[in-house]
Design a protein around this ligand. Structure first.
Ligand code: AMP
Ligand code: GLY
Length: 431
């Protein structure tokens, strides 16, 4: 079987790595890929969807797997399906669950899915008027895609006015800020709960948690993710079963009722509050860096799961997980998530022990060797029976890797308990 993976991050390297273990996968392509992916897959630089379609036909690629959200929200799945080409991911209508926060919040309200109370505003003046009478803290979110940077926790009225100015007047995220959500601030601990969905059934993945803030002790600005662990020890069996029933099954059933079939990965960003799990956001894809900790725990051949999702056969595809824990730390360029420079040579990659995995993100192969090519550069990952052991190996390896301006958080997975009592099973939804 020939598989194409779209994307260039650590998530895509982990997907390609896992697929490369499948006896049924003969060849992997990646568009555009990165230096790490290029040692496992044939990487090609193509931007335009029509040309990607032609590439798939010319190379007789059996399945395309989409990593990032933007192509999904822009309808790449619909274009492939129109040409009878197999692709893994939700179609344009279903991807709205990530593409529009207003759509997602109204959908949750309509179908009784637990989430923070919210208001939608289409004009900056109306939002500012609301801030005169509301309590703080609150969370302001741009409606459309904003590369993970569109949510602002604000502590007072001045900060709220500043965000409205940036997002709605100065259009920091372009059209994505034409509408905004203002929602109640939720207290609790976060979990990334992901599930495979084939439109009828869901199979939960092992839970995970990413570390979003740039600096240790959760300080500094939000990033795409500075590290991750799996499973999340605070995602207990009880919370998992509430999440599956009240969130995942409700979403799939609600979408079915609206005539939308959701196929691919559904990622629920949750806050586990004292009143149970509540949805912060949905993503229509695998998480990054969550995928780098989830896939090493997947025992089943990923290509089988991908095919089962596409064929609508997930209920008949046993998905098994290793009973271990997994941890990953992301090494970033100096300045990330703000301005950073690229092109610094990365040293020490050959000195890493075999029991640690390096998933590349912003890296590029040049005549001088592998150089940095993005904000998040590498994720260093390990699995073990205990977080403390995986953590020690990851941090030992990070000491061997060097590039100018390299930085990483020192507290990923610190002080975690090793319990993991959740369950993973296929859940059928009756239409
Ligand atoms: P989102 O893009 O909606 O996932 O938001 C990004 C991050 O902002 C989340 O991972 C949380 O850390 C924080 N956040 C978003 N919404 C809320 C909320 N209602 N209460 C508290 N924190 C939130
Ligand atoms: N780690 C957050 C995300 O993938 O959206």
């Amino acid at each position: 079987m020939k598989i194409l993976v779209l994307g260039s991050g650590g998530r895509e390297h982990a997907l390609v790595w896992k697929l490369s273990h499948s006896p049924e996968v003969d060849k992997i392509f990646c568009i555009p890929g990165n230096a790490g992916i290029s040692s496992l897959a044939h990487c090609v630089e193509i931007k335009d969807t029509e040309r990607i379609l032609n590439f798939v036909k010319e190379n007789k690629i059996d399945i395309t797997l989409v990593g990032p959200e933007a192509p999904l929200v822009n309808g790449i799945v619909d274009k492939f399906e129109k040409e009878n080409l197999k692709i893994f991911g939700p179609n344009k209508e279903a991807a709205m669950i990530e593409g529009s926060k207003v759509f997602a919040k109204l959908f949750m309200e309509k179908h009784g899915i637990p989430t923070a109370n919210f208001r939608v505003f289409e004009s900056p003046n109306a939002a500012e008027k609301y801030f005169l009478s509301t309590d703080f803290p609150i969370v302001i979110k741009a409606d459309g895609l904003a590369a993970g940077k569109g949510a602002f926790v604000v502590k007072n009225r001045d900060e709220a006015f500043e965000v409205i100015d940036k997002v709605m007047r100065q259009k920091l995220f372009g059209d994505s800020g034409d509408r905004i959500i203002v929602e109640r601030f939720l207290k609790g601990r976060e979990v990334s709960a992901l599930a495979f969905c084939d439109g009828k059934s869901i199979v939960p993945m092992v839970s995970s948690m990413d570390y979003k803030k740039a600096y240790d002790s959760d300080l500094g600005p939000n990033t795409g993710g500075m590290g991750a662990i799996a499973p999340a020890p605070h995602y207990t069996k009880d919370i998992a079963s509430i999440t599956i029933r009240n969130i995942f099954l409700n979403v799939i059933e609600g979408l079915q009722r609206e005539g939308i079939s959701y196929k691919g990965v559904l990622y629920a960003g949750l806050m586990i509050t004292e009143n149970g799990p509540k949805v912060l956001e949905f993503n229509c894809r695998f998480g990054d860096p969550e995928t780098q900790v989830i896939l090493p725990l997947l025992k089943t051949d990923l290509s089988h799961v991908v095919q089962a999702v596409i064929e609508g056969e997930l209920a008949h595809c046993p998905v098994e997980w290793f009973d271990s824990v997994s941890l990953c730390v992301v090494a970033v360029s100096q300045g990330y998530p703000l301005k950073y420079r690229k092109g610094f040579k990365i040293l020490g990659l050959n000195e890493i022990d075999d029991d640690v995995m390096i998933f590349h993100a912003g890296t590029k192969r040049t005549d001088q060797g592998i150089v940095t090519n993005g904000g998040r550069v590498l994720s260093v990952c390990a699995t073990d029976s205990h977080f403390s052991k995986a953590r020690a190996r990851v941090y030992r390896s990070l000491k061997k890797i060097r590039f100018e301006g390299m930085r990483y958080r020192k507290d990923i997975g610190a002080n975690l308990s090793d319990s993991s009592s959740e369950f993973h099973r296929s859940v059928e939804v009756t239409p």
